[in-house]
Design a protein around this ligand. Structure first.
Ligand SMILES: [Zn+2]
Length: 270
């Protein structure tokens, strides 16, 4: 079972209902806090997904190091430094190459304030194509996508999540059209995909509406959930704009949208 709770359906510029990136993934019972952008921690707790606060965060997964996807890792580490949390098992952070250097620079600013108290911080840079198996038996696999890089983020990832029954959910991360995303999404049970902009405002390194339509028509995932909407895209009825390319059931995410594999109301594929 894979359940994804969209905590932030927007991009860097928040709107009501479209906060910056943040996702909670339940992969066969293993919780993952993915891309904790600004305000993610507050929304995680507010959604009832972390009743014990930071003690309920065991694994943080990052697609890339732009602030709208990772800023609340700072808030999380600082909260874990306070004497209140009691959890003692490691706090694990996985992300793309550049993650270690970024955290080192943050320590240059805040020093020990970012050291979890009583928990080991285990940070690892993943490699595209490697398979990481979680305690519950589900796995995740990063793939490299096409998004502007800088001296910190030397690679940007999307992820394939696979549950123990072999069902897949794919997250695009931030990306322009790219073959790796199309292949990862091909036939997926669920595709959580960025739809940043309208066609008129198409931006390199992001997907505009028409590019998402082409992706779905080619890859034909069973269901697609559109996220990372900047205000012009968020103002549209994206499901109506897109129709059902390739037979895919399309959902326009807002903060609080929950999607799952198997779908809560699975329909036979046309
Ligand atoms: Zn972004």
């Amino acid at each position: 079972m894979i359940r994804i709770h969209v905590l932030g359906a927007g991009g860097a510029t928040p709107l009501p209902g479209h906060s910056p990136a943040a996702y909670h993934v339940d992969l066969d019972g293993d919780p993952i806090l993915m891309d904790p952008g600004p305000g993610a921690l507050v929304r995680l707790v507010g959604a009832g997904l972390a009743p014990r606060g930071v003690d309920d965060v065991a694994l943080v997964l990052l697609t890339h190091l732009h602030p709208d996807h990772c800023l609340d890792l700072v808030a999380l580490l600082f909260a874990a430094h306070s004497p209140l949390p009691v959890r003692r098992d490691p706090l694990v952070v996985w992300g793309p190459p550049g993650l270690l250097a970024w955290l080192e620079q943050l320590r240059g600013v805040w020093g020990r304030w970012l050291e979890p108290r009583g928990r080991e911080l285990q940070v690892r840079e993943l490699a595209p194509g490697e398979t990481c198996v979680l305690p519950g038996g589900g796995s995740l696999q990063p793939f490299a996508v096409d998004h502007p890089q800088d001296r910190l983020a030397r690679q940007c990832f999307g992820y394939v999540f696979r549950d123990t029954a072999g069902r897949t959910a794919v997250f695009s991360g931030d990306t322009g059209p790219c073959a790796a995303l199309t292949e990862a999404a091909r036939g997926a049970d669920l595709l959580l995909v960025e739809c940043s902009t309208t066609d008129e405002l198409a931006t390199p390194g992001h997907l505009a509406v028409g590019q998402v339509r082409a992706l779905l028509a080619e890859a034909r995932p069973r269901q697609a959930v559109l996220t990372h909407q900047y205000p012009p895209a968020a103002a549209l009825d994206l499901a109506a704009e897109l129709g059902a390319p390739g037979g895919t059931h399309v959902i326009q995410a807002r903060d609080g949208t929950v999607c799952s594999v198997p779908a809560d109301q699975e329909e036979p594929r046309p």
